[in-house]
Design a protein. Structure first.
Lengths: 326, 407
């Protein structure tokens, strides 16, 4: 029998962290707490999206040093549904192009006294560096090949809603593990919540000592997918599939693409996830991506807003003077 | 005249390892254990302290007199990675003068023009101008053909060729050693064997050309083994290591601590132990500082964007003494690796305590405890991976050409 996912132990603060920089280092009950909080923001089918004025009057700075459409939009949607004002820093117009250092930018942002900062940056560890210099909560929206914590939380929420649990499931994550922050956050989140995580990647895209992260590596899709309850496909960037890490998109799809035949190797009710944006015909066949019975890809986007609402709510509670969060 | 009285004199060049007195007149050593001390001589009571030759730092990237004097260093080998690179005899002459009078700089000439790894630089003229060797700088030369010609050409001038050991095409964007830590942190990484790969090539080429090869830093067990084997079959190779790789591992990177961003990157505990074994059995000849002070602007950045390197001159002796405390090296053997060995390898004056020689000396308290503090480290910058680490062994005074500095 599978034990229940751990709940907050007696006397422990449900989420004592000032920032959300990484999943690694968070306790299972803290993850569960965030998921439960996110659950509360998910509207039942057919109802209008839930909203609140919890963050009314607060200012969120959205600093995406690396281009993003869906994550930036999702954070903005989440903030606005909570009543916060969103100020967007455009990467193209940012002072970084004028040679200002990241820390100077951080100090400038901090001096404007925002209530929360959401950061995406191409360098691993950049949000942590910024968090040390500003006086408000910092949410990591993806840093280099390090972490993308809200993505892992939305994946976990999607899985939990569709499967009823996470503990004991076999989740196979396939694709460019080497460069993927989504993969690293998911390793930390899913293993902490008791899932068995497998990874499949071409050897050139599999990082060293991956097994030390508590996941099981496989060289072929066929072996890695066998009996899997959840299949998570990762995006392969175009510049990496033209000879640098794999010879071509078509060769990649032939050996590592998710085809209907490969889906058949997983559990009969296997769920398919993809963090987007998808390269149809490279890592995933269109027919698989659009299989309503199995693909949870659009649901992931919906859960993304709920998860980000929960994170923004929880991280600003201290500033809002909520009882028990001072 | 100055008399340093009652110090424990450790001079590996002569084998001296006993209490005595050194008399300095002007810039030279006038007498050792004189029968009487002239009444007008200044007296320094050095009882309980150790007097050794001024340290000769076999690896420095910047001339930083304050840090050197704080660390007992009186001569250093300067890497050619300056701005501009030391690929011209005039630049060599200038580099030689910049540390005077506090610390004497022995420049290494850029082995290739602009350190670009393509065309041979004028290393013969550089030698005439004072260069004590030719170096590839922070990176290895990618082309085996260029490296082959460089070693053959340098052998003609009997110039040691100082190499960075890592295979450059493998380490191109890497900032860490491939393994669990780099994987967790999502840092671009290169396998540790990049060092062995580069070294195997250079050792074979040195053997083929009968050239003198000096490995600026050897940081892996596999690299140490290759040098050990090469020495056994008569290849003319020497090697150094810094305290960074002797006493730190990749765990020092922690949560993106950029002071631990080094080149070569920090390695595993297994490699660290193998490197210490290499020092103990003499495979690694010298211990150097690798002094590379970096400003906040270069270090307060995301890990992969931060400049590599650590300040090390001020802490070299104190950290290296750890090997004596751990009973891995005798004190006189350690001092040899810090003085006479680099002097002999690169044909430098100094590195010994002898009558008539320049009074380049360091007086230190072997047991004095202190704590390394990046913010108060003397010199251009305090970017050390040992920030906050307790150390033992403190320089009391550095004497350069008879001039005393108290750090």
């Amino acid at each position: 029998m599978i034990a229940a996912t751990p709940r907050t132990p007696e006397g422990r603060h449900p989420f004592p962290h000032p920032h959300l920089l990484a999943i690694a280092g968070l306790q299972p009950w803290e993850l569960t707490y965030l998921l439960d909080e996110a659950e509360a923001w998910v509207a039942p089918r057919g109802e209008r999206p839930r909203r609140s004025s919890a963050l009314a009057g607060m200012a969120l700075v959205s600093a995406f040093f690396e281009a993003s459409t869906r994550t930036a939009l999702s954070f903005e949607m989440a903030a606005k549904r909570l009543g916060a004002n969103v100020i967007t820093m455009q990467p193209g117009s940012s002072s970084l192009t004028k040679g200002e250092t990241l820390l100077d930018t951080a100090l400038t942002l901090g001096a404007m006294r925002p209530d929360v900062i959401v950061i995406r940056h191409g360098a691993s560890g950049a949000p942590k560096l910024i968090s040390e210099k500003v006086g408000c909560p910092v949410l990591n929206a993806g840093d280099g090949a390090h972490e993308h914590p809200t993505q892992a939380l939305l994946d976990a929420l999607t899985i939990r809603r569709r499967k009823g649990r996470i503990e004991g499931l076999t989740v196979t994550i396939c694709g460019d593990i080497l460069h993927s922050r989504v993969a690293r956050s998911n390793f930390a989140c899913l293993t902490a919540l008791g899932a068995h995580v497998r990874v499949v990647a071409p050897p050139t895209l599999m990082p060293a000592d991956i097994d030390r992260l508590g996941v099981e590596p496989f060289a072929t899709m066929e072996a890695g997918l066998e009996g899997a309850d959840v299949i998570m496909m990762l995006r392969l960037q175009r510049e990496r599939m033209e000879g640098a890490y794999v010879p071509s998109a078509r060769e990649y799809f032939r050996f590592y693409g998710l085809t209907p035949a490969r889906v058949e190797m997983a559990a009969p009710d296997a769920l398919i996830l993809h963090p987007g944006p998808m390269n149809r015909g490279v890592e995933i066949a269109s027919s698989v991506a659009d299989d309503i019975g199995r693909s949870a890809i659009t649901q992931q986007v919906e859960m993304g807003v709920a998860v980000r609402m929960a994170c923004l709510d929880v991280l600003t509670r201290r500033a809002r003077g909520m009882e028990g969060w001072e | 005249m100055i008399a340093i009285i009652g110090a424990h004199i450790v001079d590996p060049a002569s084998g001296r390892d006993s209490v005595g007195t050194v008399l300095i007149e002007g810039r030279a050593i006038a007498a050792i254990d004189p029968s009487s001390i002239p009444h007008d001589a200044g007296r320094i009571d050095a009882k309980g302290l150790i007097l050794a030759p001024g340290l000769i730092d076999a690896l420095a990237f910047r001339t930083d007199p304050a840090a050197c004097l704080a660390g007992g260093i009186t001569r250093l080998l300067l890497m050619p990675d300056q701005s501009p690179p030391l690929d011209d005899p005039a630049l060599i002459e200038r580099a030689e003068r910049i540390g005077k009078p506090h610390v004497w700089v022995h420049p290494l000439a850029a082995a290739t023009r602009g350190l670009m790894g393509q065309e041979l630089a004028e290393i013969g003229l550089a030698k005439l101008a004072g260069a004590v060797g030719a170096a590839t700088g922070r990176r290895a030369i990618a082309s085996a053909a260029v490296m082959h010609r460089l070693l053959a050409y340098a052998a003609g001038f009997d110039m040691p060729v100082v190499v960075h050991p890592e295979e450059p095409t493998l380490t191109e964007r890497a900032v860490a050693t491939a393994g669990e830590r780099a994987t967790r942190l999502g840092l671009p990484a290169a396998p540790a064997f990049a060092e062995a790969l580069g070294l195997a090539r250079d050792l074979r080429l040195a053997e083929a050309t009968n050239a003198r090869l000096h490995v600026a830093q050897v940081t892996t067990g596999e690299g140490v083994a290759l040098i050990r084997e090469a020495k056994a079959r008569g290849v003319r190779v020497t090697a150094a290591v810094t305290p960074n790789h002797l006493f730190q591992t990749e765990t020092a990177i922690g949560d993106y601590r950029t002071f631990a961003r080094l080149s070569p990157p920090l390695r595993t505990e297994q490699d660290r132990r193998a490197v210490i074994d290499g020092v103990v059995d003499g495979t690694i000849d010298m211990i150097a500082s690798g002094h590379d002070p970096r400003s906040d602007d270069e270090k307060r950045l995301p890990f992969a964007d931060a400049a590599p390197g650590a300040a090390g001159a001020a802490t070299l002796l104190a950290l290296a003494l750890g090997l004596v405390r751990e009973r891995r090296l005798s004190l006189i053997d350690l001092i040899a690796r810090l003085t006479v060995v680099p002097a002999r390898t690169f044909g430098l004056p100094g590195g010994c305590i002898a009558v008539g020689e320049d009074a380049d000396l360091v007086l230190f308290d072997e047991g004095a405890p202190w704590r390394i503090d990046a913010d108060t480290t003397p010199g251009l910058a305090g970017n050390t991976p040992f920030d906050g680490v307790p150390a033992q062994g403190r320089v009391i005074m550095t004497i350069k050409g008879g001039v005393i500095t108290n750090p």
